[in-house]
Design a protein around this ligand. Structure first.
Ligand SMILES: [Zn+2]
Length: 243
């Protein structure tokens, strides 16, 4: 087990949907941003299916979720500028077109650390999470090797580290004790996801109680990860170096 990477100058988080970054590595990004790292969000899908309300207009949901994601990125300490690739929610493929887009952004942003879904997480159902993970790993290979995608007119870039969240085998922990509160605030910026991912219902009178319950649930999870390393709260990853 390793802990606490040296702070990178730039970090890029690649996720399937708005809110995945905050769940997966919000504490780590917030910690680094506070210390001076430039952080970037790249969201592969448009998030248009992220609701249980059948009457929801998907186009309207896209607009809402983009605003929420920008707000969350800002809370973590980013500029609020977020890259949205806009692929249809639930239908993300890890094909060559998508891979070229990811490689192009890695070359343009030249992050020291890339953070993403672990595509090898066993028994994962959601195809977007799996495919976004493969886009990140495959995108790194294409970004670093000069003969891949000659149509990308940007110099190759090789990140130093890849951290995969929701990891099948956690072998790296970041201490997020100081940034835990910011992670929660950023998660709660995704109001359209209260019901589906945070178990916070429509009854506003119950919001405070339900938000506290949500906070406690995340606290419990991150405390369990941090405990082995002596951190109050930790975010766990599979770390891949020598990219
Ligand atoms: Zn997701």
């Amino acid at each position: 087990m390793t802990t606490n990477l040296p702070r990178p100058d730039r970090a890029l988080a690649i996720a399937a949907h708005p809110d995945d970054v905050e769940f997966g590595c919000g504490g780590t990004l917030a910690k680094w941003a506070r210390q001076g790292t430039e952080i970037f969000h790249l969201i592969c899908t448009d998030g248009s299916k992220g609701t249980w309300r059948e009457e929801q207009d998907p186009a309207e949901l896209v607009v809402i979720r983009r605003a929420e994601q920008r707000r969350a990125a800002q809370l973590l300490g980013g500029t609020g500028e977020v890259i949205f690739l806009g692929w249809p929610d639930g239908e993300l493929e890890s094909g060559l077109r998508q891979r070229a887009q990811i490689a192009s952004w890695i070359r343009q942003l030249h992050p020291g650390v890339v953070l993403a879904h672990d595509p090898w997480k066993r028994y994962r159902l959601h195809p977007d999470h799996r495919n976004a993970g493969f886009l990140a790993t495959d995108g790194i290979v294409a970004a670093r090797d000069p003969l891949f995608f000659p149509e990308i007119k940007v110099a190759p870039h090789r990140p130093e580290e890849l951290l995969l969240w929701e990891a099948d085998e956690v072998d790296h922990v970041e201490d997020v004790t100081e940034s835990f509160g910011v992670k929660i605030d950023a998660l709660l910026a995704h109001e359209s996801q209260f019901h589906t991912t945070m178990n916070i219902g429509d009854d506003v009178a119950l919001h405070e109680t339900e938000q506290t319950q949500f906070r406690n649930k995340i606290a419990e999870r991150l405390a369990a990860i941090g405990a082995g390393e002596g951190f109050t709260y930790g975010e766990g990853f599979k770390r891949i170096s020598r990219l």
